[in-house]
Write a protein of this length. Sequence first.
Length: 364
Amino acid sequence: MEYTEHQQSLLRKLEQLQKDEGLSLSALSARLGISKGALSQLFSGSYQANPQKMFAKLESYFGVKDQTRQTYQESGYADTSISTEIYDIIGVCQIKGGLAIAAGDAGIGKTKAAQHFVAEHPNNSVLITLNPCLTSIKSLLRLIADRIGAPMERSRDALWYSIRQKLSDGTVLIFDESQHLPLKTIEVLRSFSDDFADHGQTLGICFIGNLETVTRIGSKKAEFAQIANRTKQKKLYTRSKIQREDIAKLFPMLKDGKRNWIFCITSHRHRRHSVAWSTCSPMPMTTRTTVMRGWWQWQSTWIWRSEMKNGKRPTKAQKKILAFYGFHPEDWLISKNTSTELVILHRYTERTRHIPKHRDTETI
């Protein structure tokens, strides 16, 4: 079957993808959602049916990939005060062995710091991200074995020994989202570190997670006593520890005024902050700046709603009055409500306006 030039171009891109990522025909088939037989026939030119539908799938696949590359780019690591501390905690854990805990609010750079450490120490550090489905002893052991290339034994004890044999002196295992770990699983991880220590070697186990990680793993309760005693480092990070210099590093494209505004929002004790945008937002600068403008507005709206003592959200009737005078109800708070007028306060600029009440507005 003769293919058009465009169809041949799609097949060449497909072959290049298979080569670059080392995909088998089965793996490529699963990724594209095209049967292995049909894919093989497309490559050989022996596809019997009309190939338009298949090439449409390929075009859609590569179109999404190309658009993703143009729109998104992974932001690099920023050595903020918090991420640098977490990086150092992992390093000390690797050198001294034993257990370490680095926990705190979401979005402050914990995961980025761990990823950066592993990128710089690929031969003796392993990052494992947990989730609620991978917290049983066997599932976690299988996950570790898969990550370090240990033989996948069937029984738990054989799997433990397989992992122990594969791990080397001076290695650090980093477990992100550690708040999901139950006590029994933590004890198994501790046993690896203890066994290394018994043989005069070091294996670091670093737990990274939210605040619950410290309250559970670092607890002084009796059931956690052994773990707490073996925890050589325990650090807790909150939004209040974010520095102005961190904002400058995370948002170099912004002017000082906007950086200060972000800092005011991020240090607000009730909100998850914008560092999450900087550390995980995979957008180019122009797109990220546009999104941040809307995000600032959203965040400041929340702060006004939670802390504005001199204003309240307008009622349904008051919204109608605001709209009657051409004011957008979502941008204004009611500062004062008398029988003759409404005093309104702008959520973002603190500008005030006096709106008279009269018969026209009463009948809206």
